[in-house]
Design a protein around this ligand. Structure first.
Ligand SMILES: [Zn+2]
Length: 431
């Protein structure tokens, strides 16, 4: 990544810090980041001897630094010209080093650091601009100007949390200061097993996961290692297992894959507004008729996914169904998704779709009162209740990996069982 325009010599020597720390910690950090383009504090002098002498891969011992954030309508010229950087140097940075970083892409709110020699001349040695939370570019000023891009060290922490559901998984995690991303990741792990639209008060969970940090701020949850979700009194374990040389996946306490043929629902984080029933008063017409689908209310434009692999058999429009897609999964099963705002591009009869692939967006086309997707589950040409259909059991762990999985599972289940679940005792007492 180093693009040399000339040779750099100086007292500040470039170094590299690789920092990898694994630790168990029950605490959770909230992510606090200014959004793109947001202007935070203005420039301030950090001090002659920074407390962290190794920063941006530079040994800053004996250097004076000045940090700031790019202000709105502030250009490289405004930041650097007070420090003796003239038009020739700015032209080198703007054009000569454009392949390393295009300075026109500097954005308001992003931090930068100026590094000076600690001598009476206070000569500018480095200009560091943070392109993103992890990536930065370093300009070195000497007889010639050089630039290189690099990444900050990412620290991974293994963390754990638990909770009892009082409203939704999302809100429960939010109240504990956990990232909403954890709710999304958990719902992905359990997309096949737990019906998040029928979560009941008193359901509880424990989870062990990896979170990534840059400059002690969270940049996201990288991986769920194991979890248990207690839903309607049943424990659903999900243990990440990677057999040697195989792609990893989640398996349960009975050594079966958590992943199975059908997802529980075609949309995420919504609520069921109307269930499959043989007699329903239609909300729009008032006519009592059977309702052969499960309605999931969701905001306009929410992606609708195919619940299983298959081939699109219909992608069209009708008076009552509105825009809809029907997917044939095999000779037995088909699923159908009604009232779409629009069908996803490329979805037409004959096209293969994968489980979880977006096939359209929630709308209210056809006979619908508000935005929702009516999900219909066809078994041998008959429409059945998707929430009640008995589906084929999931694949078990392959026999040759069973011993290895048993060991991983035992350790993970023990770790999970030691996490205290807030609110669980109270629930037990009130029952
Ligand atoms: Zn419906």
């Amino acid at each position: 990544m180093l693009r040399l325009v000339g040779l750099m010599l100086g007292t500040c020597v470039a170094g590299l810090l690789v920092w990898w720390l694994v630790d168990i910690d029950g605490r959770l950090n909230r992510t606090l980041f200014g959004s793109e383009g947001e202007v935070l504090d203005s420039t301030e002098i950090e001090g002659a001897f920074p407390s962290d002498p190794l920063k941006y891969g530079l040994d800053l011992t004996g250097c004076e630094t000045l940090t700031g954030q790019v202000k709105r309508n502030e250009f490289l010229h405004d930041i650097l010209s007070p420090y003796g950087i003239g038009p020739v140097e700015l032209d080198v940075m703007g054009r000569g080093l454009k392949d390393t970083f295009d300075v026109r892409k500097m954005r308001a709110g992003h931090p930068y650091t100026l590094v000076f020699d600690h001598d009476p001349d206070r000569r500018l040695r480095f200009f560091v601009y943070e392109i993103s939370r992890t990536d930065y570019v370093v300009y070195s000023f000497d007889s010639v100007i050089t630039a290189h891009k690099d990444k900050k060290p990412v620290r991974v922490e293994t963390r754990q949390t638990a909770g009892t559901i009082h409203s939704s998984l999302y809100l429960t995690l939010d109240q504990q200061g956990a990232s909403p991303e954890l709710a999304i990741k958990l719902s992905e792990v359990y997309a096949w097993a737990v019906d998040f639209y029928r979560i009941q008060k008193g359901d509880w969970f424990r989870v062990i996961y990896d979170e990534q940090f840059v400059d002690s701020q969270s940049v996201g949850i990288s991986h769920i290692k194991g979890a248990v979700f207690n839903h309607y009194g049943h424990d659903y374990y999900a243990v990440w297992f990677e057999a040697h040389g195989q792609e990893g996946d989640y398996f349960d306490q009975d050594n079966r894959a958590c992943r199975s043929t059908f997802l529980k629902a075609p949309v995420r984080f919504t609520r069921i507004s109307s269930r499959y029933t043989l007699s329903r008063k239609h909300p729009k017409t008032g006519v009592v008729k059977p309702h052969f689908g499960t309605d999931y209310a969701a905001p306009y434009g929410t992606p609708i996914v195919s619940t299983a692999n298959g081939t699109v058999s219909e992608a069209t429009h009708s008076k009552y169904n509105g825009n809809y897609v029907k997917v044939r999964h095999n000779s037995t099963y088909s699923t159908q998704y009604l009232h779409m705002q629009k069908i996803a591009s490329g979805i037409r009869p004959g096209v293969r779709v994968q489980q979880g692939q977006v096939i359209g967006y929630v709308g209210s086309t056809g006979l619908a009162t508000g935005p929702h997707v009516c999900y219909r589950f066809w078994v041998n040409g008959r429409q059945l209740d998707a929430l009640k259909v008995e589906l084929p059991p999931a694949e078990p762990v392959k026999a040759e990996y069973l011993d290895a999985y048993e060991a991983v599972k035992r350790e993970m289940m023990e770790r999970l069982q030691q996490i205290p679940v807030p609110g669980r005792e109270e629930v037990a007492l009130t029952k």
